[in-house]
Design a protein around this ligand. Structure first.
Ligand code: UDP
Ligand code: MG
Length: 323
């Protein structure tokens, strides 16, 4: 790790952000300037704007800024691949030149003043620093409730996500190299980063209103991201099917008893007993079988992901004594 002033890259995915970008770039330019003066970043630090296949003038704006502003670099994706893919592209591009990269949104909802604390933690030796929202009072009631509910469900399903952390985070170069080994296609970065390991810490910040333009994350995209998060990180839903199947099978024994008693007591219409018994028993058995099949699919799924199995954080060696 570089003990001097690090080369910091600010990675910003942009989708139709021509309204917000000029102000964002102005503020981040001042910030990088101040960070250089404060000894938190060196003169090679940059902001990397990733145009996620925007349909407005975002890319023209980025090209112009790249010519006029010494801090601005740009990458253009050939089509709109979504926030997570655009962010990964930015991080992987920044990895080539940076000591650490900080991802943030183009609308400056993430507090720019927190950047100092991110780098300070990096200098203390953290490889990953998660930005965590203090409160969500700038979000609507609906967004707040669904988002917080989502983090709780993820925890219940055994996925290691940081509560109230979106994608405002710092990653050191070696954490980025770690991330590059995850070959999965369905990206859910805030679930993948904790898997990398290494020393990490948190920075708390207040979330602001969007500076300009509208949210590019409608409910449909949010639900897709949440489902991706669950299905890419947890096989618990498959286990739940098995468990449910076992419960129904056991209950079916009681159903069977009830049906038989009804039959012998003469309460039942003829034919009812056989139908009811088979529905219960077969229903339970089918679910159990689905669960078993699901168990194997779960295994295939983790094999196919081919995630790295381990990562060495430190390696202590000793020179062999001569003679
Ligand atoms: N974004 C992107 N591709 C998309 C949608 C969004 O790169 O398909 C970017 C967007 O430009 C912004 C960030 O992702 O920098 C977060 O989006 P937004 O602020 O609209 O989401 P919200 O804060 O409303 O959840
Ligand atoms: Mg936003």
């Amino acid at each position: 790790m570089n003990p001097g002033n690090p080369t910091v890259y600010l990675v910003i995915p942009c989708y139709n952000e021509e309204e917000a970008l000029p102000e964002t770039v102005r503020r981040l330019t001042d910030k990088l300037h101040a960070m250089e003066a404060a000894g938190l970043a060196n003169e090679k630090s940059r902001m990397l704007l990733v145009d996620d296949g925007s349909k407005d003038g975002t890319w023209e704006l980025i090209s112009r800024l790249n010519q006029d502003n010494p801090y601005v670099e740009g990458v253009k994706l050939a089509h709109n691949r979504g926030h997570q893919n655009a962010l990964l592209c930015g991080l992987m591009t920044a990895m080539e030149s940076c000591d650490c990269a900080i991802s943030l949104d183009a609308d400056l909802q993430d507090d720019v003043d927190a950047l100092d604390q991110f780098v300070a933690k990096y200098k203390e030796g953290c490889d990953v620093v998660y930005g965590v929202r203090n409160k969500r009072d700038t979000d609507t009631w609906f967004k707040r409730t669904t988002a917080e509910g989502f983090y709780k469900v993820m925890k219940l399903l055994g996925v290691d996500v940081v509560f109230n952390h979106a994608d405002y985070r710092l990653m050191s170069r070696r954490a980025l190299e770690g991330l590059s080994e995850y070959r999965e296609v369905n990206l859910f970065l805030r679930g993948m980063v904790p898997l990398i390991g290494y020393r990490s810490d948190y920075v708390y910040y207040d979330r602001h209103e969007r500076i300009a333009g509208e949210s590019k994350y409608p409910l449909k995209k949010m639900i897709a991201l949440a489902l991706d998060g669950i299905s890419s990180f947890s096989v618990k839903p498959l286990k739940l099917i098995s468990n449910f199947g076992i419960i129904v099978s056991v209950l079916s024994v009681f159903g069977l008893l009830y049906a038989l008693i009804s039959y012998f007591a003469g309460w039942a219409v003829s034919g009812w007993t056989a139908i009811v018994c088979s529905i219960w028993l077969l229903g339970g058995l089918q679910m159990l079988c689905l669960g078993v099949v699901g168990g194997y699919i779960g295994k295939i799924y983790s094999e196919v992901k081919a995630r790295p199995r381990y990562r060495v954080e430190e390696h202590l060696t000793k020179e062999k004594k001569q003679g």
